[in-house]
Ligand binder design. Structure first.
Ligand SMILES: Cc1cc2nc3c(=O)[nH]c(=O)nc-3n(C[C@H](O)[C@H](O)[C@H](O)COP(=O)(O)OP(=O)(O)OC[C@H]3O[C@@H](n4cnc5c(N)ncnc54)[C@H](O)[C@@H]3O)c2cc1C
Length: 547
């Protein structure tokens, strides 16, 4: 086969996972090309000036990045030297019940405890107890595990059984998040806040195996952070690292198929390059790594008829979550909003992330049930913030850009996904009404401009987020840890020689964590026999040290 150009490796998709992977491999001395179908690199790290020339910048596909500056790649890639800078607002998250009070998560843990105590003394004590117990579990088990290739289930269980922390983790994870919240906390607002903010849209709240999710987040050392200059600034920093190390990111290029050549064995062959829709053939001397979803990688870009039927079935059956899609409303505001809650809770005016309409576990349950049944949510529950309070650059002087999203199903029972285009104005209006209830000066007079993005728009923009699932694959017990995306590909390798996967369909999943890309880099460097220039966590040693 004749190729037009050649590289050591090709990465498909320039989301942050693809870029993190590329940066590590370029720094390991490889010549790597990344191909991106959209006009800008960064995937979910997207900041758009809308309308063009207005000076209002909107982060359309990721608004806050949890504990980002604590990620090993942020430090190892020296991203601050390439223009990244993060802030972590002190009043990190604030849930506003309609009839008063405010449930607050502060960067200062003692202030969070005080806030919980205003709802229930018992819940404040439970918060303290669980955090104390889970800090070592997060530090020594969960964080290093997220930054390593996942262990086979029996090996993992055996290793965890050997330490008190491991045994406790296994015990707590037997519960579902719902059971955990109901058993350990008593106040309806506290229970609802924990489920809404620390569970819904990430894991299945009903599923056993995820009970540890809530205490793990309570004990997490890092809170929600935002990138100064918008989320896209992190993408620019990553591209700068890549270019400095000799890599290339090409946007507006769509891969049509991967070239798989017979390698003389009876196996599926070896991937040797990529052909684009523009007819260009690019050779990959050593590897191709896809940060796309399993259907795209195996069925569309290789072809279901060219792979083992078992692998084909695995890819076909990879599932997407009905509760992660969101409908997002973006607002350009003429003046700074004032939360009505600031009257009784003056610090609420400085809150970063706001939750509205969530008052009890029943609310969360109803929202989840509506989504699973394909109904537009019967009770609006908004989550959002106004980044420009903390980073004025993102709007013209004195003005503000805000976002709020509503978890909502992709496939509407009445009319299917296409119905979203018909109801977008109606939904925007409904959401705006709820926002006005909580911040009366966000209204028709102060909203200069608004637009909405539906679950269908998410998929249109990023086809890897199939069915609007921004986790790029449901996090359920069958698609978690060693089972993500499925056991045959859980180590970032695939049954096709030279082909790796590295996106959010891999362990540990979606959101801006960079972990799938970081973990895949370790595997590829090892397989190619290159010197690893960084030190990833040594899980065996860390877990062994707990015994
Ligand atoms: C509305 C919304 C809000 C969100 N808010 C947050 C948030 O606040 N915090 C957070 O942590 N996460 C958030 N997320 C989730 C987060 O954006 C994703 O989980 C994350 O971006 C996934 O990263 P990735 O690198 O795996 O893939 P992506 O970022 O999706 O990148 C994949 C890239 O591949 C490209 N691509 C797709 N198909 C092809 C193809 N065939 N060929 C070539 N390129 C292709 C895409 O254009 C994209 O650039 C949000 C998502 C959405 C949709």
């Amino acid at each position: 086969m004749q190729f037009d150009s050649e590289y050591d490796g090709i990465i498909l998709g320039s989301g942050h996972n693809g870029l993190v992977l590329q940066a590590y491999l370029c720094r390991a001395g490889l010549k790597v090309l990344c191909l991106e179908r959209n006009d800008t690199a960064g995937g979910g790290l997207r900041t758009e000036q809308l309308p063009g020339g207005s000076g209002f910048h909107h982060n359309t596909h990721s608004f806050y990045h949890r504990a980002l500056t604590r990620m090993p790649w942020y430090r190892q890639l020296e991203l601050e030297q390439h223009g990244a800078r993060y802030i972590e607002p002190e009043l990190n998250v604030c849930l506003l019940p309609a009839d008063g009070g405010a449930l607050e998560w502060w960067t200062d843990f003692d202030r969070t405890v005080e806030s919980f105590a205003r709802f229930s003394r018992r819940d404040a004590d439970a918060l303290k107890r669980w955090r104390e117990e889970f800090v070592p579990i997060v530090e020594n088990i969960l964080l290093p595990e997220a930054q390593s290739e996942p262990q086979p289930p029996e090996e993992r269980a055996a290793a965890l059984q050997r330490s008190p922390e491991g045994r406790r983790l296994l015990e707590v994870s037997q519960l579902s998040p719902r059971e955990f919240a109901a058993r350990e906390f008593e106040h309806p607002v506290v229970q609802a806040g924990l489920l809404f903010f620390n569970g819904l849209r990430e894991v299945d709240l009903r599923a056993s195996g995820f009970g540890h999710h809530i205490p793990a987040l309570l004990a997490s050392p890092g809170k929600a952070q935002m990138c100064v200059g918008g989320s896209a600034q992190l993408a620019r920093a990553l591209v700068s690292v890549i270019e400095k190390a000799g890599g290339e990111v090409r946007t507006g290029v769509t891969p049509e198929r991967m070239v798989v050549e017979a390698d003389g064995s009876s196996g599926p062959g070896r991937v040797t390059g990529v052909q684009t829709t523009a007819g260009e053939s690019i050779r990959a001397r050593q590897f191709v790594a896809s940060s796309l979803n399993p259907q795209q990688t195996f069925l569309e870009l290789i072809g279901g008829d060219k792979i083992d039927p078992h692998l084909k079935e695995r890819a076909e059956n990879f599932k997407y979550s009905p509760v992660t899609p969101v409908y997002t409303i973006h607002l350009a505001l003429d003046e700074q909003h004032l939360w009505a809650a600031a009257e009784w809770e003056p610090q609420a005016k400085d809150a970063w992330l706001i939750i509205m309409g969530v008052e009890s576990t029943e609310d969360v349950k109803v929202l989840e049930a509506d989504c699973r049944a394909g109904r537009f949510p019967s009770r609006l529950q908004l989550f959002g913030g106004v980044p420009t309070v903390f980073d004025p650059w993102q709007a013209p002087k004195g003005k503000h850009a805000a976002w709020f999203w509503q978890v909502a199903p992709y496939n509407l029972k009445d009319g299917g996904p296409d119905r979203w285009d018909d109801i977008i104005d109606e939904v925007t209006e409904k959401e705006t009404e709820l926002i006005t209830e909580f911040a009366p000066n966000i209204n028709k007079d102060t909203i200069v401009h608004s637009f909405g993005l539906s679950p269908v728009d998410i998929e249109r923009h990023f086809p890897n987020m199939r069915e609007g699932d921004w986790m790029c694959g449901e996090l359920n017990p069958d698609q978690f840890l060693y089972n993500r995306p499925f056991p045959e590909c859980s180590q970032y390798r695939t049954p096709i020689e030279g082909l790796y996967i590295a996106g959010s369909c891999c362990h540990p999943g979606g959101n801006i964590t960079g972990a799938p890309g970081y973990n895949a880099a370790k595997i590829i460097v090892e397989d190619l026999g290159l010197e690893r220039w960084w030190t990833p966590p040594d899980l065996e040693k860390i877990w062994g040290g707990l015994e």
